[in-house]
Design a protein around this ligand. Structure first.
Ligand code: DQA
Length: 145
């Protein structure tokens, strides 16, 4: 079973970027958490991808069709703007979990909209980087049903 973890813009800046909101761990740590949690959940492979470009994220979701069993996605700022990412998730219809490191529901009004959420069976917010481990757990449960 293969999981794909997709991270949107500025998540490569973790550790440097607004540590009061996103914590002091860097992107390499995020990758490590995903790979360890994926192995613990019994996934054969967890690919972790990051891009600052909306179209590259759409391409990655399309490429997952027929190859990936489940997706964990933090579209970052594109959460709040991208119908293209929503449509790509709907097109491939791969079970997906939305993750946000911060508690977006307690932040600015513009962060209260999530387009990607409409194509995800669960959303995790405010659990820091461990939210990715939680998402992989939910994904595994869903795929076993
Ligand atoms: C984020 C929340 C978004 O609002 C923001 O644009 C991000 C990160 C999070 O993980 O908390 O870049 O998705």
């Amino acid at each position: 079973m293969k999981a794909l973890v997709i991270n949107g813009p500025n998540l490569n800046m973790l550790g440097i970027r607004e540590p009061g909101i996103y914590g002091s761990d860097n992107y390499d740590r995020l990758v490590q958490i995903c790979q360890e949690a994926g192995a613990a959940q019994g996934f054969d492979e967890v690919e972790v991808f990051q891009s600052n470009h909306e179209g590259s994220i759409v391409d990655k979701i399309q490429e997952a069709y027929g190859k990936v069993d489940g997706i964990v996605i933090n579209p970052a700022a594109y959460t709040h703007t991208s119908v293209a990412i929503l449509d790509a998730l709907k097109a491939v219809a791969i079970p997906a979990v939305e993750v946000h490191i911060s508690a977006v529901e307690t932040r600015e009004d513009f962060r209260q909209v999530s387009h990607a959420r409409l194509a995800c069976f669960a959303t995790i917010t405010g659990e820091g980087l461990q939210g990715y481990a939680h998402a992989l757990e939910l994904l595994k449960e869903r795929l076993e049903k």
